[in-house]
Design a protein around this ligand. Structure first.
Ligand code: CA
Ligand code: CA
Length: 331
């Protein structure tokens, strides 16, 4: 047993690392710090889809230009062996920046905005502009929702209420994106239809009340009035089953379908939630199960290539309901 008193035997590393964030916007840098044990001498980072896509430094960083779900793997090695550790990161589209209009006088302001499930009351004029983008209306393409604006009015004549939704998410409110316009006394209420080609995810809605003129979404010289901004989360009305609008179930789609067993599941969820994903055979036997945390528009790979060809049933269960979709696996 003399070797017990000899030099320490080399031990293969146990790979580990920390990430500065696991949910980021496109372009945002994630710092990755090695935390492997047993003295690795080489590091190999796999960051497929990122910039850079790989690194051999001990510590590194990565960013992603396209929204999605990505895997980061560190393989740490020394003379005794190697080990790998992986994490998943979620990349969301960075929100565009918007012009901020100002207003000079505290007459005639917005006291309430309601749209779909959103309903925000505000007590007073707030230097002409209030950012309410912490409040989200959940809508679906192809559906119609009521937009209601309640004004607090000191001078009735010439009140002009307008609203825009940045349907194409390009950071500007174009005239074709004006969803509401009314001059005169209220009620200020109208139906807004969500275009079928609207960009999915979070976009901005701007509501503006002016006096004596039709407000531009950006101008800063309006006499009196107020502007309020909100978020509108747009889900695909064709992917989700009818009746999900305004509730918390994610809209889902799967592509390609049929496939050879490699599917991508796309979920659009208005709020953070955990859903259970099951795949059942025609006989009702569970052949796949996965738990997914989702918020906003996310994509997840479903690897069913180990299953034999045929038809399967995908079930996505949220706390409120179960949604079903047929999957076909081909050769
Ligand atoms: Ca207000
Ligand atoms: Ca736009």
């Amino acid at each position: 047993a003399s070797h017990l008193n000899g030099p320490a035997q080399p031990v293969a590393p146990v790979a580990n690392f920390t990430a500065s964030a696991t949910t980021v916007n496109t372009g945002q840098v994630i710092t990755l710090t090695d935390a492997s044990t047993h003295q690795p001498t080489a590091w190999n980072w796999s960051m497929t889809g990122g910039s850079p896509a790989s690194s051999s430094q001990q510590n590194t960083s990565v960013s992603y230009s396209v929204a999605g779900t990505y895997t980061i793997t560190l393989t740490a090695s020394n003379g005794a062996g190697s080990d790998s550790h992986s994490i998943t990161v979620t990349v969301n589209d960075a929100p565009p920046s918007y012009c901020i209009p100002t207003t000079s006088l505290d007459y005639n302001w917005i006291s309430r905005v309601a749209f779909a499930n959103l309903d925000v009351a505000s007590n007073a004029w707030n230097n002409g502009y209030t950012d309410f983008t912490g409040n989200t209306a959940n809508v679906s393409t192809g559906s119609t929702y009521t937009l209601t604006v309640e004004p607090n009015v000191d001078y009735w004549s010439g009140i002009d209420v307008q609203a825009w939704i940045d349907w194409n998410r390009d950071g500007t409110f174009s005239s074709s994106e004006r969803v509401y316009a009314r001059r005169g006394t209220g009620p200020y209420s109208s139906n807004v239809s969500v275009p079928t080609n609207a960009v999915l995810g979070s976009v901005r809605m701007r509501v503006r009340l002016a006096y004596g003129k039709s407000p531009d979404p950006c101008e800063s010289d309006t006499y009196m009035g107020e502007t309020e901004d909100f978020l509108v989360n747009i889900s695909s009305g064709t992917a989700g089953p009818a009746g999900w609008v305004g509730q918390k179930q994610p809209a889902l789609s799967v592509f390609p379908n049929p496939s050879n067993g490699q599917f991508t599941l796309e979920l659009s969820s208005p709020a953070l939630q955990t859903v259970s994903v099951y795949v059942l055979s025609l006989e009702g036997k569970m052949v796949y199960q996965k738990s997914i945390s989702t918020e906003g528009l996310t994509r997840h790979s479903l690897d069913l290539s180990h299953l034999s060809t045929g038809i399967y049933f995908l079930k996505v269960a949220s706390p409120d309901r179960v949604q079903n979709l047929e999957l076909t696996i081909l050769e």
